[in-house]
Write a protein of this length. Structure first.
Length: 103
């Protein structure tokens, strides 16, 4: 990570959350739960997210259940705080969610 990555203020986080319905902050994590009609669409979305994460060089914690997927992310290199990198990943995930049947 670049030394220029700084944690976002509470106001910056609040403003960015307004652009990402369904996402919230839990502790120091940007967080979203998705529901699916079955296990396979959820698993396929995990693979798609993994590809995006590799491209960005920024990774979330993904928890796959039968028909659920939970995404939790923060920037470990600055002590587990929320940064613009986390919101960039969240926007990319949100952009693919509907195509996987996520809601």
């Amino acid at each position: 990570m670049s030394a220029q990555v700084e944690p976002l203020s509470e106001k910056e986080i609040e403003d960015r959350l307004a652009e990402l319905p369904g996402w919230s902050v839990e502790g120091e994590l940007l967080h979203r739960r998705y529901a699916f009609d079955g296990h396979l669409p959820a698993a396929v979305m995990v693979i798609h997210i993994a590809q995006i994460q590799e491209e960005l060089g920024h990774h979330a914690d993904l928890k796959l259940g039968y028909n659920r997927l939970t995404v939790s992310v923060n920037t470990h290199s600055i002590g587990g705080r929320i940064t613009h990198l986390d919101f960039g990943l969240a926007r990319r995930i949100e952009a693919i969610a509907a195509a996987h049947g996520a809601r």
